[in-house]
Design a protein. Sequence first.
Length: 122
Amino acid sequence: PNPRPAERIIPSPDDLLATRSTERIERGAGPDDLVFAGRNGSRADRSTLHRRVRRACQLAGLEGDRAHPHTFRHSYAVHLLRHGVPLTVVQRLLGHSSIETTAIYLAVVQKEVEEFVRRVRW
């Protein structure tokens, strides 16, 4: 894994942006501040993000033991593909330089397609 991943602009639904904006205003964050910042406003390290994700899952009543920040990227990619977003668009949104990297997420969707086809009685 890249020890210093690139910063990304991530499209988000309006309701999520409204919630995040309120939270950011309450803590005094500016529009250009990091979304997931450490205590001093700098980039949060991996262990901090991992701990925050696990805690958020626990508070939401979800299994937090296996959750990690990449879970959100994976879920986002699969969600986009399930809704018919072209692979090249998903590639760009995830910031992948190679379409083959993005195509890995197709395996989940492909398994679902195969299961639905198997269920159909001809």
